[in-house]
Design a protein around this ligand. Sequence first.
Ligand SMILES: Cc1cc2nc3c(=O)[nH]c(=O)nc-3n(C[C@H](O)[C@H](O)[C@H](O)COP(=O)(O)OP(=O)(O)OC[C@H]3O[C@@H](n4cnc5c(N)ncnc54)[C@H](O)[C@@H]3O)c2cc1C
Length: 428
Amino acid sequence: MFDYVIVGAGVVGLSTAYHIRRLSPDSKVLVVDRAHAPGSGDSGRSAAAFRAFFTNNVNLLLSNSSIEFYKSVEASGYDLGLRFVGYLFLADKRLYSELRDGLREAERLGLEFKVYEPGVIEDSLNVRVRVEDLEESQLVGVSDIVEGIHALKAGVMDAGKLVEYYYKAGLSTGISYAFDTEVEDLIVEPRRPLGIEGEPFPWQDLRVSGVRVRGGREIRASRKVVLATGAWTWRITAKAGVESFTRPKKRQVFSIKALKEPLRRILYARGFNSYNVAPMIILPRKAYIRPTPEEGSFWTGVSDDLGRPFELEDWDPRPEPEFYVKGVLPVISLYFPPFQEHYPHAMWAGYYDYSFDGLPVVYEPYESDLVISCGTSGSGIMKADAIGRITASLTLGLEEAELYTGETIKVKLLGLKERVTGAEKLVI
Ligand SMILES: Cc1cc2nc3c(=O)[nH]c(=O)nc-3n(C[C@H](O)[C@H](O)[C@H](O)COP(=O)(O)OP(=O)(O)OC[C@H]3O[C@@H](n4cnc5c(N)ncnc54)[C@H](O)[C@@H]3O)c2cc1C
């Protein structure tokens, strides 16, 4: 019997477990995962970029405070691979209008960003800024770059190292882990069983008292069960009549080697940061190019929304090479023609766990002793520490969570009834 059973050993589950033990050092905490090792879900498939740049003020608070926490972890001597290369939005008219709220929020928090004229980025990054005369640009529906907006508190990190950090910190504080343990069902039982055949009845006070795992074994939680199962959450909650308010959608990353000129010159672009590498580049249509200098490569991708179904294909979804050729390349090669000559040397796929408004969903349905923490909507690595603190506080029955930066936040802001207003516009 454990006090708290957390399902899911991705960044959200690991961070939640860690913060539960930090706030309640005597509690018995177990993390279970169907996979053989932590971080085997989407946390291990992420592009692992981070930015303190969102249009929603709560989202911004979550990422900003998590980034500060990650900096403190590095300052204590633990490498998370944080590189503050910045996020460079190469904005055409449409992307620029989507960025406006983000710029306002960044200014409000005093976060630094630089604005570049198109001519400046053209020279330093070797990017084609004028594309409107090209036939392809009309096809793709993009226009000239009107401005480069460089968010400075942003960059790339190593998600595997973040997983390892929370996992090892959890081990050292006495958290238990059970891998190769797939949860099939939530156990729903009356708080006060009567021992009458046919229980539970609708008038009984019910709770989620544990989980049933593959093979029929039951694991009980005396206090709460936490579902931090990312894209798979709805599959578990639906069977118990509970809504996660999130749905999974496939997302893919394609890695392009930049060993030779002229791609190499773009990868090691000078003047944007102290590492002299390109920033994380966001293009119109929200295609992205992520520098991965330790591999001498770029990771690229784009989010296809309308037409891409909400579905789970498999635990290990397959990347689609055609999607790169017909979906990603037409946008990135319009602005960076040298990409035309390269084919991905590696590719992988995972899922974004989309909420309806681009903010995480953290709530306890029906006072059931079940806490759901999901809906990271493509930015769970950069917000994992704050989400873990909020989920841990809700799990422990606290009304507020204290973030690493000292701000307190009402845990109900990520629930449903008293949820923060304003959908996030910068889900990339
Ligand atoms: C292609 C791609 C690119 C991304 N890029 C970024 C980025 O640049 N920056 C960023 O911040 N975020 C990014 N993300 C999003 C980020 O990876 C996620 O937000 C984050 O990993 C979510 O963490 P999680 O712990 O909620 O989910 P996961 O890491 O998926 O963890 C859920 C865990 O639950 C386990 N599980 C599920 N069902 C069961 C069950 N029935 N029984 C037992 N265990 C179960 C799974 O095995 C898994 O380990 C990206 C995601 C993808 C797919």
